[in-house]
Design a binder for this molecule. Sequence first.
Ligand code: GUN
Length: 292
Amino acid sequence: MTAAIIDGKAVAADLRLKLADEVSEFTRTTNVQPHLAAILVGEDPASAVYVRNKQKACDKSGIRSTLHRLPDVITEDGLLVLIHQLNNDPSVHGILVQLPLPAHIREQVVLDAVTPLKDVDCFHPENVGLMVQGRPRFLPCTPHGVQQLLLTSGIQVAGSYAVVLGRSEIVGKPMAMMLVQRGAAADATVTVCHSRTKNLADITRQADIIVAAIGKPRFVTADMIKPGAVVIDVGINRVEDKLVGDVDYGPVSEVASAITPVPGGVGPMTIAMLLQNTLTAARLSVGREVHG
Ligand code: GUN
Protein backbone atom coordinates (compact mmCIF):
# COMPACT_ATOMS: atom_id res chain seq x y z
CA MET A 1 0.00 0.00 0.00
CA THR A 2 1.20 3.51 -0.73
CA ALA A 3 -0.33 6.12 1.48
CA ALA A 4 -2.32 9.08 0.21
CA ILE A 5 -0.51 12.30 1.07
CA ILE A 6 -2.54 14.66 3.21
CA ASP A 7 -1.64 18.05 1.75
CA GLY A 8 -1.77 20.42 4.71
CA LYS A 9 -0.38 23.27 2.68
CA ALA A 10 -3.27 23.11 0.22
CA VAL A 11 -5.93 22.65 2.91
CA ALA A 12 -4.50 25.56 4.90
CA ALA A 13 -4.42 27.79 1.80
CA ASP A 14 -8.08 27.01 1.19
CA LEU A 15 -9.02 27.76 4.80
CA ARG A 16 -7.07 31.01 4.71
CA LEU A 17 -8.91 32.17 1.60
CA LYS A 18 -12.23 31.59 3.35
CA LEU A 19 -10.90 33.28 6.45
CA ALA A 20 -9.76 36.34 4.48
CA ASP A 21 -13.36 36.77 3.28
CA GLU A 22 -14.63 36.51 6.85
CA VAL A 23 -12.04 39.01 8.07
CA SER A 24 -12.97 41.42 5.32
CA GLU A 25 -16.69 41.13 6.13
CA PHE A 26 -16.00 41.56 9.85
CA THR A 27 -13.82 44.63 9.29
CA ARG A 28 -16.37 46.15 6.90
CA THR A 29 -19.30 45.73 9.28
CA THR A 30 -17.55 46.65 12.53
CA ASN A 31 -14.77 49.01 11.49
CA VAL A 32 -12.50 46.84 13.62
CA GLN A 33 -9.48 45.16 12.07
CA PRO A 34 -8.49 41.96 13.86
CA HIS A 35 -5.04 42.48 15.39
CA LEU A 36 -2.54 39.91 16.61
CA ALA A 37 0.35 41.02 18.82
CA ALA A 38 3.27 38.59 18.83
CA ILE A 39 6.02 38.65 21.44
CA LEU A 40 9.42 37.20 20.57
CA VAL A 41 12.02 37.02 23.33
CA GLY A 42 15.66 36.47 22.33
CA GLU A 43 17.33 35.51 19.10
CA ASP A 44 16.37 31.87 18.50
CA PRO A 45 16.45 31.67 14.68
CA ALA A 46 13.76 28.98 14.41
CA SER A 47 11.36 31.01 16.60
CA ALA A 48 12.08 34.10 14.52
CA VAL A 49 11.13 32.18 11.36
CA TYR A 50 7.92 30.84 12.93
CA VAL A 51 6.87 34.30 14.07
CA ARG A 52 7.66 35.81 10.67
CA ASN A 53 5.54 33.14 8.97
CA LYS A 54 2.66 33.86 11.33
CA GLN A 55 2.93 37.59 10.59
CA LYS A 56 3.04 37.04 6.82
CA ALA A 57 -0.07 34.86 7.05
CA CYS A 58 -1.83 37.60 9.05
CA ASP A 59 -1.00 40.19 6.41
CA LYS A 60 -2.34 37.99 3.62
CA SER A 61 -5.62 37.47 5.48
CA GLY A 62 -6.25 41.11 6.31
CA ILE A 63 -5.30 40.69 9.97
CA ARG A 64 -3.05 43.36 11.45
CA SER A 65 0.03 42.00 13.18
CA THR A 66 2.56 43.70 15.39
CA LEU A 67 5.79 42.17 16.64
CA HIS A 68 7.28 42.99 20.03
CA ARG A 69 10.91 41.86 20.10
CA LEU A 70 12.54 41.69 23.50
CA PRO A 71 16.19 40.89 24.29
CA ASP A 72 16.81 37.55 26.00
CA VAL A 73 18.10 39.40 29.08
CA ILE A 74 14.60 40.82 29.70
CA THR A 75 13.34 39.95 33.18
CA GLU A 76 10.13 38.07 33.81
CA ASP A 77 8.67 41.27 35.29
CA GLY A 78 9.69 43.20 32.18
CA LEU A 79 7.85 40.72 30.00
CA LEU A 80 4.81 40.82 32.29
CA VAL A 81 4.66 44.62 31.96
CA LEU A 82 4.37 44.28 28.18
CA ILE A 83 1.71 41.57 28.50
CA HIS A 84 -0.35 43.78 30.82
CA GLN A 85 -0.06 46.65 28.34
CA LEU A 86 -1.30 44.42 25.53
CA ASN A 87 -4.07 42.98 27.75
CA ASN A 88 -5.31 46.55 28.30
CA ASP A 89 -4.92 47.75 24.70
CA PRO A 90 -8.37 47.60 23.08
CA SER A 91 -6.84 47.62 19.58
CA VAL A 92 -5.13 44.26 20.28
CA HIS A 93 -7.33 41.17 20.04
CA GLY A 94 -4.86 38.29 20.20
CA ILE A 95 -1.60 37.92 22.10
CA LEU A 96 0.93 35.26 21.17
CA VAL A 97 4.03 34.67 23.26
CA GLN A 98 6.35 32.61 21.10
CA LEU A 99 7.82 29.62 22.94
CA PRO A 100 10.31 28.58 24.16
CA LEU A 101 11.19 31.43 26.52
CA PRO A 102 14.68 31.84 28.00
CA ALA A 103 15.31 29.56 30.98
CA HIS A 104 15.19 32.37 33.58
CA ILE A 105 11.58 33.19 32.69
CA ARG A 106 8.80 30.97 34.05
CA GLU A 107 6.66 30.02 31.10
CA GLN A 108 3.63 29.20 33.19
CA VAL A 109 3.63 32.59 34.93
CA VAL A 110 3.89 34.40 31.61
CA LEU A 111 1.23 32.38 29.80
CA ASP A 112 -1.17 32.68 32.74
CA ALA A 113 -0.79 36.48 32.54
CA VAL A 114 -2.33 36.68 29.06
CA THR A 115 -5.97 37.64 29.48
CA PRO A 116 -8.12 34.61 28.52
CA LEU A 117 -10.10 36.65 25.98
CA LYS A 118 -6.91 37.32 23.97
CA ASP A 119 -5.34 33.87 24.48
CA VAL A 120 -5.24 32.78 20.83
CA ASP A 121 -2.88 29.89 21.62
CA CYS A 122 -5.46 28.46 24.06
CA PHE A 123 -2.82 28.02 26.76
CA HIS A 124 -4.64 29.74 29.65
CA PRO A 125 -6.14 27.31 32.19
CA GLU A 126 -9.58 28.92 31.78
CA ASN A 127 -9.53 28.22 28.04
CA VAL A 128 -8.05 24.74 28.49
CA GLY A 129 -10.84 24.02 31.00
CA LEU A 130 -13.53 25.20 28.60
CA MET A 131 -12.03 23.09 25.82
CA VAL A 132 -11.89 19.97 28.01
CA GLN A 133 -15.52 20.47 28.95
CA GLY A 134 -16.46 20.59 25.27
CA ARG A 135 -17.47 24.27 25.22
CA PRO A 136 -14.39 25.90 23.75
CA ARG A 137 -13.76 29.64 23.49
CA PHE A 138 -10.61 28.96 21.47
CA LEU A 139 -9.20 25.64 20.29
CA PRO A 140 -5.44 25.04 20.52
CA CYS A 141 -3.96 25.69 17.09
CA THR A 142 -2.00 22.53 16.30
CA PRO A 143 -4.54 19.96 17.54
CA HIS A 144 -7.30 21.93 15.83
CA GLY A 145 -5.27 21.92 12.63
CA VAL A 146 -4.90 18.13 12.89
CA GLN A 147 -8.65 17.77 13.36
CA GLN A 148 -9.35 19.95 10.34
CA LEU A 149 -6.98 17.80 8.24
CA LEU A 150 -8.78 14.63 9.34
CA LEU A 151 -12.11 16.26 8.53
CA THR A 152 -11.19 17.59 5.09
CA SER A 153 -9.50 14.29 4.18
CA GLY A 154 -12.74 12.43 4.94
CA ILE A 155 -11.10 10.18 7.51
CA GLN A 156 -13.50 8.28 9.74
CA VAL A 157 -12.57 9.33 13.26
CA ALA A 158 -15.76 8.40 15.12
CA GLY A 159 -15.36 4.95 16.66
CA SER A 160 -11.72 4.70 15.63
CA TYR A 161 -8.84 3.87 17.95
CA ALA A 162 -6.50 6.87 18.04
CA VAL A 163 -3.07 6.79 19.65
CA VAL A 164 -1.41 10.10 20.52
CA LEU A 165 2.35 9.97 21.01
CA GLY A 166 3.42 12.74 23.37
CA ARG A 167 1.82 14.45 26.36
CA SER A 168 2.85 18.09 25.89
CA GLU A 169 0.53 20.90 26.92
CA ILE A 170 0.73 22.33 23.38
CA VAL A 171 -0.13 19.21 21.39
CA GLY A 172 -0.39 15.78 23.06
CA LYS A 173 -2.75 16.50 25.96
CA PRO A 174 -5.18 18.78 24.13
CA MET A 175 -5.11 16.53 21.03
CA ALA A 176 -6.21 13.54 23.09
CA MET A 177 -8.98 15.57 24.73
CA MET A 178 -10.26 16.87 21.41
CA LEU A 179 -10.30 13.44 19.75
CA VAL A 180 -12.33 12.01 22.61
CA GLN A 181 -14.99 14.78 22.55
CA ARG A 182 -18.34 14.35 20.87
CA GLY A 183 -18.42 15.95 17.43
CA ALA A 184 -16.80 16.20 14.02
CA ALA A 185 -13.38 14.55 13.58
CA ALA A 186 -13.76 13.25 17.14
CA ASP A 187 -15.65 10.51 19.06
CA ALA A 188 -12.50 8.37 19.00
CA THR A 189 -11.21 6.00 21.64
CA VAL A 190 -7.90 7.50 22.66
CA THR A 191 -4.66 6.33 24.26
CA VAL A 192 -1.85 8.76 25.11
CA CYS A 193 1.65 7.28 25.01
CA HIS A 194 4.82 8.97 26.28
CA SER A 195 8.44 8.37 27.16
CA ARG A 196 7.54 6.04 30.06
CA THR A 197 5.03 3.93 28.12
CA LYS A 198 5.83 0.23 28.09
CA ASN A 199 5.45 -1.86 24.93
CA LEU A 200 4.83 1.23 22.82
CA ALA A 201 4.85 -0.58 19.48
CA ASP A 202 2.24 -3.08 20.72
CA ILE A 203 -0.06 -0.12 21.34
CA THR A 204 0.67 1.84 18.17
CA ARG A 205 0.17 -1.29 16.04
CA GLN A 206 -3.48 -1.33 17.12
CA ALA A 207 -4.12 2.27 16.17
CA ASP A 208 -6.39 3.32 13.31
CA ILE A 209 -5.04 6.87 13.67
CA ILE A 210 -1.62 7.83 15.06
CA VAL A 211 -0.72 11.40 15.96
CA ALA A 212 3.02 11.69 16.54
CA ALA A 213 4.10 14.67 18.65
CA ILE A 214 7.16 13.60 20.60
CA GLY A 215 9.91 15.68 19.02
CA LYS A 216 12.16 12.76 18.08
CA PRO A 217 13.20 12.57 14.44
CA ARG A 218 11.87 9.53 12.52
CA PHE A 219 10.87 7.84 15.79
CA VAL A 220 7.77 6.15 14.38
CA THR A 221 8.92 3.33 12.14
CA ALA A 222 7.01 1.12 9.71
CA ASP A 223 6.92 -1.85 12.11
CA MET A 224 4.92 0.29 14.57
CA ILE A 225 2.06 0.86 12.12
CA LYS A 226 -0.99 -1.25 11.38
CA PRO A 227 -1.45 -1.60 7.60
CA GLY A 228 -3.94 1.02 6.47
CA ALA A 229 -3.58 3.30 9.50
CA VAL A 230 -3.69 7.09 9.18
CA VAL A 231 -0.47 8.77 10.34
CA ILE A 232 -0.37 12.43 11.36
CA ASP A 233 3.12 13.80 11.94
CA VAL A 234 3.31 16.88 14.16
CA GLY A 235 7.10 16.74 14.54
CA ILE A 236 9.44 19.36 13.14
CA ASN A 237 13.04 18.32 13.77
CA ARG A 238 16.14 19.73 12.19
CA VAL A 239 18.53 16.96 11.15
CA GLU A 240 21.66 17.96 9.21
CA ASP A 241 19.96 21.13 7.99
CA LYS A 242 16.90 19.22 6.83
CA LEU A 243 13.44 19.29 8.40
CA VAL A 244 12.15 15.85 9.30
CA GLY A 245 9.11 14.76 11.25
CA ASP A 246 8.65 12.31 14.11
CA VAL A 247 7.72 9.66 11.50
CA ASP A 248 10.08 7.69 9.28
CA TYR A 249 8.18 8.97 6.26
CA GLY A 250 9.34 6.76 3.37
CA PRO A 251 8.88 3.31 4.91
CA VAL A 252 5.78 4.32 6.90
CA SER A 253 4.07 5.64 3.77
CA GLU A 254 4.35 2.11 2.33
CA VAL A 255 2.20 0.78 5.19
CA ALA A 256 -0.19 3.60 6.07
CA SER A 257 -3.31 4.54 4.09
CA ALA A 258 -2.76 8.28 4.54
CA ILE A 259 0.08 10.37 5.92
CA THR A 260 1.04 14.01 6.45
CA PRO A 261 4.39 15.15 5.04
CA VAL A 262 6.92 17.33 6.89
CA PRO A 263 7.08 20.11 5.90
CA GLY A 264 3.71 20.83 4.29
CA GLY A 265 1.47 18.82 6.60
CA VAL A 266 0.41 20.00 10.03
CA GLY A 267 2.62 23.13 10.17
CA PRO A 268 0.62 25.32 7.76
CA MET A 269 -2.60 24.24 9.49
CA THR A 270 -1.34 25.51 12.85
CA ILE A 271 -0.94 28.97 11.36
CA ALA A 272 -4.37 28.90 9.71
CA MET A 273 -5.95 28.01 13.06
CA LEU A 274 -4.08 30.86 14.75
CA LEU A 275 -5.60 33.29 12.26
CA GLN A 276 -9.03 31.84 12.92
CA ASN A 277 -8.56 32.29 16.68
CA THR A 278 -7.51 35.89 16.12
CA LEU A 279 -10.74 36.57 14.24
CA THR A 280 -12.66 34.84 17.05
CA ALA A 281 -10.89 37.08 19.59
CA ALA A 282 -11.80 40.18 17.57
CA ARG A 283 -15.42 38.99 17.43
CA LEU A 284 -15.40 38.47 21.19
CA SER A 285 -14.13 42.02 21.66
CA VAL A 286 -17.16 43.46 19.91
CA GLY A 287 -19.64 40.96 21.35
CA ARG A 288 -20.23 39.28 18.01
CA GLU A 289 -19.06 35.79 18.72
CA VAL A 290 -21.20 33.18 17.02
CA HIS A 291 -21.45 30.03 19.10
CA GLY A 292 -21.61 26.91 16.99
N1 GUN B 1 6.36 27.35 19.83
C1 GUN B 1 6.18 26.20 19.15
N2 GUN B 1 4.87 26.02 18.87
C2 GUN B 1 4.22 27.09 19.36
C3 GUN B 1 2.85 27.48 19.37
O1 GUN B 1 1.94 26.81 18.87
N3 GUN B 1 2.59 28.66 19.98
C4 GUN B 1 3.55 29.42 20.55
N4 GUN B 1 3.18 30.56 21.14
N5 GUN B 1 4.82 29.08 20.56
C5 GUN B 1 5.14 27.92 19.97
